[in-house]
Ligand binder design. Structure first.
Ligand code: PLP
Length: 400
C-alpha cells in the first residue's frame, strides 16, 4: 500500500496547514507597520494562550534558547538554585544552571516518576533563588505537579522564583500560570502550536523582572530587558523569524476557532483533545498487553510504552516507520531501546490516534509475541475511551 508520512513525535509535531500557508505568504520586512501590527497581535494572542497578564516575549531560537535566557537573566553566578529533574529535559536545567555558575541543588526522581513533596521541601533553602522544573517531561511522558510545587513554595515562605519549562506542557495540560504563581513559563513553536521549530516564547512575573534587573550575568542576544522594551513598541531587537511569527498568528487564530472564537476556550479544547488522545492510547496499549513506562502521573503530551521483555523498542519504531511511515520516537539517552513514545501534542485527532493504534496492532501481530494477541483489542479499547470521554452513550447505542 502507499504510505503517507505522519509524525507522532513530541516535537516537531504535525504542521497546521493554515499556518503553512501563512508562512509561505509572509514576504514582509520587519521594520514596517505591517510587521508591527502582526507582532503586536501575536504577542497579545500568546498572553491569552499562555494564560498570563504578563508580557510574553518571542525569541528566534529553539526552546532551549528560552531556557537559557531564563537562567542567564534571573540568576547571578554563585546563586543557589534548585533543579527538579526526572528525565533528559530536567537534566538540561541542571546543565544550564551549572553553565551559568549557579550553585545547583538537585532533587531527582527516577525516570518515569515524579518528585515527592517532602523531597522538595527538604531541598529548599532560605537562599534558594529559583526552582526549575518541567510541566511535562517529554523524555519519560510524565506530568509534574506544577500547582503543587507552587503551593509548596508559598507555604514554605520561599522567595524562590518558579521557572517552568512548559514546552510540551502548554496546550496539553491545564496551567493556571498567574493563579498558581508561576514566575516564568516557557513554550516552543514546534510543539502544541503546530508550526516548525525556530521560535521560543516566555513570560516573566514582576518578581522575575526584578531579578532580571539585578542579575550580574552578561547578556546580549538573550537580553530579555531589551527584548521587552522593543516588544512594547511592536519591534524585536534583531531580525525576527517573520515567517514563523506569521505562522504562529494563523495557528493561534485556528486554536481560537476551536473555542468558537475564544482563544482561551480554544486552548482548553486543545488540552482536552490531547488528554483524550493520550487516554485512548494508554487504554489501547494496555489492552494489547503492553505496559506503560513508569507509574505516572502520565502526561497528555506523549505516551511512553515499554516493549515486551527481550524486544528492543527500536524494533517498534522501525516497523512503524518502514511499514506505515508513522514516525514515533525511541527513548532518549539511557532509555534508548527501552521505550517508545507516541505524541499527542497539537494536531492529532481521532483518526490519527486510531490509525497509529491500528498500525501498532499490525506490528504487534508480526513482531511482538504478546500472549493472548487478538485483532482489534487496542482499537476497541481506544474507541471505548473516546466514547466515554466525549459523552457518547455506548450502552444506548449498542442496545438501541
Ligand atoms: C522540545 C523540548 C524542549 C526544547 O527543546 P529544543 O530542541 O531546544 O526546542 C525543552 N523541554 C522540553 C520538555 C521539550 O519537550
Amino acid at each position: 500500500m502507499i504510505r503517507k508520512t505522519r509524525l507522532f513525535t513530541p516535537g516537531p509535531t504535525p504542521l497546521l496547514p493554515a499556518a503553512q500557508f501563512a508562512m509561505a505568504a509572509a514576504d514582509i520586512h520587519h521594520r514596517t507597520a505591517e510587521f508591527r501590527a502582526l507582532y503586536e497581535r501575536v504577542l497579545g494572542q500568546l498572553k491569552t494562550f499562555v494564560g498570563t497578564k504578563n508580557d510574553v516575549l518571542l525569541l528566534a531560537s529553539s526552546g532551549t534558547g528560552a531556557m537559557e535566557a531564563a537562567v542567564s537573566n534571573l540568576t547571578s553566578p554563585g546563586d543557589r538554585v534548585l533543579v527538579l529533574t526526572a528525565g533528559k529535559f530536567g537534566e538540561r536545567w541542571e546543565a544550564l544552571a551549572k553553565a551559568f555558575g549557579c550553585a545547583v541543588d538537585v532533587v531527582s526522581a527516577p525516570y518515569g516518576e515524579t518528585f515527592a513533596a517532602e523531597q522538595i521541601k527538604a531541598a529548599l533553602k532560605a537562599e534558594t533563588k529559583a526552582v526549575f522544573v518541567q510541566a511535562t517531561e517529554s523524555s519519560t511522558a510524565v506530568r509534574h505537579d506544577v500547582a503543587g510545587i507552587a503551593k509548596l513554595l508559598k507555604s514554605a515562605g520561599s522567595e524562590a522564583l518558579l521557572v517552568v519549562d512548559a514546552i510540551t506542557g502548554l496546550g496539553t495540560t491545564k496551567l493556571d500560570v498567574d493563579g498558581w504563581g508561576v514566575d516564568v513559563i516557557i513554550g516552543g513553536s514546534q510543539k502544541a502550536v503546530m508550526i516548525p521549530p525556530g521560535l521560543a516564547y516566555l513570560s516573566l512575573s514582576d518578581r522575575a523582572w526584578k531579578a532580571a534587573e539585578t542579575s550580574k550575568n552578561p547578556r546580549y542576544y538573550f537580553d530579555l530587558r531589551k527584548e521587552r522594551k522593543n516588544a512594547q513598541k511592536g519591534e524585536s531587537s534583531y531580525t525576527p523569524a517573520v515567517a514563523l511569527i506569521a505562522a504562529l498568528g494563523a495557528s493561534l487564530d485556528w486554536i481560537a476557532a476551536q473555542g468558537g472564537g475564544d482563544l482561551a476556550a480554544g486552548r482548553d479544547a486543545l488540552v482536552e483533545n490531547a488528554e483524550t488522545c493520550a487516554a485512548m492510547t494508554r487504554a489501547a496499549v494496555q489492552a494489547l498487553g503492553l505496559r506503560l513506562f513508569g507509574p505516572g502521573p502520565y502526561a497528555a503530551a506523549a505516551t511512553a510504552v515499554l516493549p515486551p521483555e527481550g524486544v528492543d523498542s527500536g524494533v517498534v519504531v522501525k516497523e512503524l516507520k518502514s511499514r506505515f511511515a508513522a514516525i514515533v520516537t525511541n527513548g532518549q539517552g539511557d532509555m534508548k531501546g527501552k521505550l517508545f513514545r507516541i505524541a499527542h501534542i497539537g494536531l492529532f485527532d481521532y483518526m490519527d490516534t486510531i490509525g497509529i493504534l491500528g498500525a501498532l496492532e499490525q506490528v504487534a501481530a508480526v513482531r511482538l509475541k504478546l500472549p493472548g494477541f487478538a485483532w482489534g483489542k487496542a482499537v476497541a479499547a481506544a474507541q471505548q475511551v473516546y466514547a466515554e470521554r466525549t459523552g457518547v452513550q455506548t450502552a444506548e447505542l449498542v442496545h438501541a
